[in-house]
Design a protein around this ligand. Sequence first.
Ligand code: GN1
Ligand code: MG
Length: 386
Amino acid sequence: MTHHQTTDQTPVGQSSNCLSAVGVAKLQRIAAQFSSGADITAVEAFGSGNINDTFLVTVKNISQPRFVLQRINTHVFRQPQLVMQNMSIFTCHVRDRLQRSPLARRWEVPRVLLTHEGDDHWIESDESVWRAISFIEGSESFDAMHDVDHAREVGYALGTFHSLISDLPPDQLADTLEGFHITPRYLQHYEQVLATTTVNLSSEVTYGLQFVRDRAEWCSVLEHAKAGGKLPLRLMHGDPKVNNVMFDCSTGKAVSVIDLDTVKPGLVHYDIGDCLRSGCNPIGEETEQWETVYFEPDLCQGILQGYLSVAKAFLTNHDYDYLFDAIRLIAFELGLRFLTDHLAGNVYFKVKHRDHNLMRALVQFQLTQSIESQETVIRSLIAEMR
Ligand code: GN1
Ligand code: MG
């Protein structure tokens, strides 16, 4: 069990002890920019994101004793102002909507905290970019799901998230990460990196290369459906992995989806695929025992039931037709992204050791294979829910 609000991390390729890398005094000074004058009592490293650096700040303030401080990874998010602009448009829209038509249960939207000058981010003298977000008190997140009820709640959370933005026109949000989840673009980049890599082509790497080759043609499936007008461009979360869903500590109900960096135009299929690839892998994406990874169809059914209890209202027949491909594709795509980063020398995702991204790639490929081998079961449980 974890207690983190995950989001992405550090300067590209750096390993994880970001607290000592930045320095406590400097962190306290940056945190004070967002604390509205309240004294800072603690700053600790927080969460397990792969891109940004995340800290939990404790302040002497009874109504809001904690907030989340993050250094935005500007190698990944090259226009951090646009990320913050999207976040503001999103949170304003959802707050307004919830005020007009409240849900029958607790639902929270993270708040962007402003600096003393009223800005939504702070630029340090070393040009690092920082922002602060409210901590959802009395909530927690989990890296793995315990049971089908939990899975239904995760699905409900994603459905609620999509439903609350279904009336916000996609063109109102900027594209803050060009090419994100466009699988054929990742494949193109992979081929470029492969042509010049100096990484040792071990048997595991060779296995990965063959795995990609065998699926290269199919991997444009969602992009083709989008280009052919079958799947509409909508707003998406972009990264709804299972530990980005917050649960109320006392009721055990989902209360929020956090990590709003990649809320932008895209396909809801990317989100459904990402939620399922992270939620239905009980061993988790960081295991070193990649051969034992499997996709659990009961959890998949639970997530989809929860999701569809809300999303049935806006999904089309074509949307259902591409659900299986979405589940298979996003696991494969993440494996491809990890393998590419391994071949490139670990320049995008934070790593703890040299072969970390290779291990992560093998985990996602094993998951993809498990999804493929259960195609009939997964397709029939989708068919039953239509
Ligand atoms: C990254 O940093 P984090 O954990 O929130 C990545 C996601 C991946 C995820 C895999 C912007 O998210 O796409 O699914 O790692 N985010 C970005 O754990 O690339
Ligand atoms: Mg993220």
